[in-house]
Design a protein around this ligand. Structure first.
Ligand SMILES: *[C@@H]1O[C@H](CO)[C@@H](O)[C@H](O)[C@H]1NC(C)=O
Ligand SMILES: *[C@@H]1O[C@H](CO)[C@@H](O)[C@H](O)[C@H]1NC(C)=O
Ligand SMILES: *[C@@H]1O[C@H](CO)[C@@H](O)[C@H](O)[C@H]1NC(C)=O
Ligand SMILES: *[C@@H]1O[C@H](CO)[C@@H](O)[C@H](O)[C@H]1NC(C)=O
Ligand SMILES: *[C@@H]1O[C@H](CO)[C@@H](O)[C@H](O)[C@H]1NC(C)=O
Ligand SMILES: *[C@@H]1O[C@H](CO)[C@@H](O)[C@H](O)[C@H]1NC(C)=O
Ligand SMILES: *[C@@H]1O[C@H](CO)[C@@H](O)[C@H](O)[C@H]1NC(C)=O
Ligand SMILES: *[C@@H]1O[C@H](CO)[C@@H](O)[C@H](O)[C@H]1NC(C)=O
Length: 547
């Protein structure tokens, strides 16, 4: 290895003011994952065609994303993930172009298909003006080269890359043939013989410095709050740890892996967050195959093996896996999967179009243009997600430790799973069904940890249920729908089921100890004189009142 660049490490201290938000800040958030090219166009078109099979750019932009933030925020999300932003390879192979952003060419230029530097600054500003976070998908494992059928071992011209403009910055070419062999996945090249992905020599200090410099600069320039690390499984683990340590803040690294031990080992040793793939696979078994035992087990195993399950990403779809509706078009099962995703431990991610019940199967079919659904905000799943974001936020307002509490299994039936999360008396309980929409009505007797004799509200159907003297709750299961409970006396401020919404953070709303006390579900609020000193926005019965 030639000595590439001397003294670069010393320059890194110039970039210390990175805006990244911490893991604990991200835990309170929920993320809407966009794929920039397929989310929204600058012209606002809802009819422009987009053939996922041909894999060409379809015209989505950062400006288009800005124009659709109401649609995202209407579901209650307070963070948005965007595709990798840097300049990618131009050119087309048999399965298309670099519309996804995973074919890096030049770190120091932006992908002009998505817009200008000003557009990206505007998107960042627009998100922050709304109190939302910006997450950037990031490729640090590789660059990309179109071989178009010729042998990658001999045909890559490394001089085209910026700044990694010669082969010394890369591992020698070798194809990954065994994906279960992590050494091979880390040293060899992802991609194929149409587009190969030259693997950066991330053990080398000069490569590390260039990546760190670029990341710190970019995050500071565009005020980026957190990162997704693409292909983290293929990045040298020691560099992952260094990258996490030096960048700081929240980053979630893709390790597509069902093994609890491997995923937790990554969290314990190398990177603060990962998508929770072990629970994802078990979740699929529950809601697409009706096997409840794996999910209950995976929930427990992850808690035992991972240092912080609540820092992982909870998801049921993303751009790399088949959409849920490609397994089954059953709407009740989709609702159960989304309910679990939103209320389980970790930072929930919903992939664009999930709210539209899109049904694309394996990539690229799962990368449909969202504009073709006309951004319909009246769908059942759109409003379900909005409700779940509200109850999650409310549970957090009622108890700041909520996002650090671990989910407990409280019920496992042949076709039901019950979970609780949160401290005694303030927990959210979900009872999920694997039966689907054609299920006959029946009751489940659920032992809950609420106090005997209290009322609980089911936040999806807005009915009140009484916990009996033994602490049992009789739950009517209808059409395989999920049930989500929260103590009725703590519902004020949730914005659900007719209760007012309050954006204040206080835990004493019903204890009488606070300066602000809600009287009932009708939205009347008594404000004590002390509270009048505060500036409050209370959204009551459709009116926003400024005190
Ligand atoms: C999309 O492209 C594929 C491959 O070129 C083609 O077979 C298919 O008919 C196209 N679909 C539409 C709706 O045009
Ligand atoms: C749907 O969007 C329209 C504007 O496009 C807005 O007026 C309405 O409040 C939204 N509804 C929901 C449920 O978000
Ligand atoms: C790859 O080959 C196909 C046909 O063999 C051609 O149409 C296409 O332009 C080539 N792409 C590049 C980037 O050379
Ligand atoms: C894993 O891959 C590496 C690099 O290709 C190879 O040297 C090693 O023998 C492989 N290990 C196993 C268990 O196959
Ligand atoms: C390219 O890859 C395909 C699928 O992996 C394989 O069948 C084919 O033989 C390869 N072609 C070349 C020229 O290596
Ligand atoms: C650091 O990165 C910025 C852009 O991200 C680039 O302009 C600059 O040349 C880089 N500096 C070094 C020393 O690599
Ligand atoms: C529970 O609700 C019922 C009817 O809605 C009400 O009569 C009862 O007083 C409530 N119990 C408690 C403990 O709040
Ligand atoms: C409540 O919301 C308003 C308007 O969205 C905002 O200006 C205010 O800072 C929020 N207050 C708190 C305490 O979060």
């Amino acid at each position: 290895m030639r000595h590439l660049i001397g003294g670069l490490v010393g320059t890194l201290c110039l970039f210390d003011a990175v805006s990244a938000a911490s893991i604990s800040e991200w835990k309170t958030r929920s993320v809407y994952q966009t794929m920039t090219d397929r989310f929204a166009r600058t012209d606002g078109s809802t009819t422009s065609p987009c053939n996922t099979t041909t894999g060409l750019y379809c015209g989505g932009t950062w400006q288009g994303t800005i124009d659709k933030l109401d649609y995202i925020q209407g579901m209650g999300f307070d963070a948005v993930m965007i595709s990798p932003i840097i300049e990618n390879l131009e050119g087309r192979v048999e399965y298309g172009e670099a519309y996804h952003g995973y074919w890096p060419l030049d770190l120091y230029s932006l992908n002009s298909h998505f817009g200008t530097s000003q557009d990206l600054l505007d998107l960042s500003q627009a998100l922050h003006d709304r109190g939302m976070y910006l997450m950037m998908d990031t490729v640090i494992n590789n660059m990309a080269y179109i071989t178009n059928g010729s042998n990658p071992a001999t045909s890559i011209d490394y001089s085209i890359f910026t700044p990694f403009n010669n082969e010394d910055y890369f591992h020698p070419y070798c194809p990954i043939v065994d994906w279960t062999n992590y050494t091979q996945a880390q040293l060899c090249q992802t991609g194929d013989n149409q587009t190969t992905l030259p693997d950066l020599f991330t053990e080398h200090e000069d490569v590390q410095s260039l990546l760190l410099n670029w990341t710190l600069n970019t995050m500071s320039t565009y005020s980026i709050d957190g990162l997704r690390i693409d292909a983290a499984k293929s990045v040298t683990p020691s560099f992952l740890r260094k990258y996490q340590d030096q960048i700081g803040g929240f980053m979630t690294g893709e390790v597509m892996e069902s093994s609890v031990d491997i995923v937790c080992d990554y969290q314990n040793e190398y990177i603060g967050s990962l998508p929770n793939y072990p629970v994802y696979y078990a979740m699929l078994k529950a809601f697409t195959e009706g096997i409840t035992s794996d999910l209950a087990l995976a929930v427990n195993n992850m808690k035992a093996a991972c240092s912080d399950v609540n820092a992982l990403v909870s998801f049921s779809e993303n751009h790399d896996v088949q959409r849920f509706a490609s397994f089954t078009d059953d709407m009740s099962l989709a609702k159960n999967a989304i309910t679990f995703t939103m209320l389980f431990d970790g930072v929930p991610f919903i992939y664009q179009g999930q709210e539209q019940h899109l049904d694309g199967s394996f990539p690229p079919a799962n990368r449909e243009a969202v504009w073709l659904s006309d951004y319909n905000n009246g769908t059942e799943l759109y409003s379900l997600i909005a409700t779940l974001n509200k109850i999650r936020k409310h549970a957090y307002r009622m108890d700041k430790s909520y996002v650090d509490q671990q989910t407990l299994n409280i019920y496992q039936g042949g076709s039901e799973l019950g979970f609780r999360k949160g401290i005694e008396g303030r927990q959210v309980i979900m009872l999920l069904s694997t039966q689907g929409v054609s299920a006959k009505p029946y009751d489940v007797n659920l032992w809950v940890s609420y106090n005997a004799g209290v009322n609980v509200t089911e936040v999806l159907n807005c009915k009140t249920y009484l916990v009996d003297g033994d602490g049992d709750l009789t739950v009517d299961m209808v059409e395989g729908l999920p049930r989500v409970f929260f103590p009725t006396e703590l519902m004020e401020g949730s914005g659900l089921c007719g209760y007012s919404s309050i954006n204040l953070t206080f835990a004493d709303i019903m204890t009488g100890g606070g300066s602000l006390k809600a009287s009932s579900a009708t939205g009347r609020i008594h404000i004590s004189p002390q509270a009048l000193g505060l500036t409050l926005f209370l959204t009551l019965m459709g009116f926003t009142i400024l005190f």
